[in-house]
Design a protein around this ligand. Sequence first.
Ligand SMILES: CC(C)(COP(=O)(O)OP(=O)(O)OC[C@H]1O[C@@H](n2cnc3c(N)ncnc32)[C@H](O)[C@@H]1OP(=O)(O)O)[C@@H](O)C(=O)NCCC(=O)NCCS
Length: 147
Amino acid sequence: MAIRTSSGYVPELALVADRPAEPAEPIVGHIMLSVSQLVTDLSSRVSILILSPLGVLPANQGRGIGVALTHAALAIADARPEPLVIVQGHPDYYPRFGFVRGRTIGVLPPENLGPIDKAWMVRRRPDASGELRGRVVYPQYFLDLDD
Ligand SMILES: CC(C)(COP(=O)(O)OP(=O)(O)OC[C@H]1O[C@@H](n2cnc3c(N)ncnc32)[C@H](O)[C@@H]1OP(=O)(O)O)[C@@H](O)C(=O)NCCC(=O)NCCS
């Protein structure tokens, strides 16, 4: 298995896990980060990253591919300027990467998302300020999926 850059909206933020030795079905997993915005308590806007989607083909799950993709994506995120990565996902899966429940650090989900708590998680870049608080706004291309 190898991890390489895939094409996507922001190419360097979309990764696939592939098996070059198996050309019939080389790609077994995918992860993508997108740029979005946090509206801070002072009403300024800060660019952040959203982790979505992450998926591994069912026959290949449980072999460390999801964890490897997530570590690779977060390593790229840590080298970028955005101070936060947010995810709406399995509460038992993401804490191993440093994600914590968003409400506990004052990073709230978009208002139109409805009630969400345990699944709303945030990871600060290791060198980012702990003071950043506010509400996330999803990018328009996420909201367009509701039409
Ligand atoms: C979640 C998913 C990406 C994990 O990928 P994977 O390659 O199977 O995971 P890995 O083999 O790298 O890691 C296995 C670990 O993840 C945990 N895990 C897998 N699926 C999980 C889930 N749904 N909830 C919580 N933990 C999960 C396993 O318990 C295991 O934990 P352990 O190392 O403590 O034993 C994969 O199961 C998947 O594609 N699921 C369907 C799509 C999905 O749910 N995507 C995530 C949306 S937030």
